[in-house]
Design a protein. Structure first.
Length: 282
């Protein structure tokens, strides 16, 4: 990927982070840590990879994305707002009782949301069904799903892994947000899901690794996934929970906590400084 384009994407991703943190701060509740760790992959998919149309969100041949870890929807909402699916200012209504932007995505209310998610394991299962539907209907759209490493503790994830391999869903790619932390702490101490790569391989998946915060790494993995025939692809992304905000990084306490005013202002300054640095390098 050209250096300039990588810089542009990094600027967008950090603006996504700002809006995600702002949404959680405005609601005084939400899940900032995992939202920040998936900001780059969501930015890359929606800005570089997926065929979508904000003016026609239900376009039949669109690519689909299912955020199986639905609690990190502040990042997805922020990317959708950037793309023009709905007004950016609506992000400040996040989780209000009268808002369509609730704490988990609702496909019936939010333009651009392909599946309502929240109960972990179910989103990625629905995504596999979408991929099979494309095969049955002879459609060429692709399906992407993002799930957390803590989510791998759900048995339904592995039923889906068996399903997608059995039906040879090579139009289906999942991204595992491997930040190593879940609400109760280190995933390996709560319920160890490792070795993640070997487990997916044993189910018949193509397994790739990527740096969740490096666009060249993400691009290489996605290109290889697209070229893979006869099996689904799992991209295991090494990521940093809370990426981009110093006091949130690698801190499980920010899984589901909202910043206070002082913390919010510090987060905004750090992200603004990073954006300014990136813009100066263009």
């Amino acid at each position: 990927m050209e250096k300039r384009r990588k810089t542009e994407l990094a600027i967008i991703a950090n603006k996504v982070r700002k809006n995600a943190v702002t949404a959680v701060y405005s609601a005084a509740s939400g899940h900032p840590g995992g939202s920040l760790s998936v900001a780059d992959v969501l930015t890359y998919l929606y800005c570089e990879v997926m065929k979508v149309d904000p003016k026609n969100p239900k376009m039949a041949d669109r690519d689909r994305l299912v955020l199986s870890k639905g609690h990190t929807c502040p990042a997805l909402y922020s990317v959708l707002a950037y793309k023009g699916f709905f007004p950016e200012e609506d992000l400040k209504t996040f989780r209000r009782v009268d808002s369509y932007l609730q704490g988990h995505p609702d496909m019936n209310k939010v333009p651009g949301i392909d599946m309502s998610t929240g109960s972990l394991g179910q989103g990625v299962s629905a995504a596999g069904g979408m991929a099979l539907a494309a095969k049955i209907d002879n459609k060429d759209y692709r399906v992407y799903a993002i799930l957390g490493d803590g989510e791998l503790e759900e048995g339904q994830v592995w039923e889906q892994a068996m399903f997608a391999s059995h039906y040879k869903l090579d139009n289906f790619t999942i991204f595992v947000d491997n930040n190593g932390l879940q609400i109760d702490g280190d995933v390996c101490e709560v319920m160890n899901p490792t070795p993640i790569d070997k487990k997916f391989e044993s189910f018949g998946w193509k397994v790739l690794t990527a740096d969740a915060h490096d666009f060249d790494s993400l691009e290489a993995a996605v290109c290889e996934a697209k070229a893979t025939k006869g099996q689904p692809t799992a991209i295991i992304m090494k990521s940093v929970k809370g990426k981009g905000v110093s006091f949130m990084e690698n801190n499980a306490g920010w899984h589901g906590s909202a910043p206070n005013e002082e913390q919010y202002n510090q987060a905004m300054k750090e992200l603004d400084d990073k954006i300014a640095e990136l813009e100066a390098s263009l």
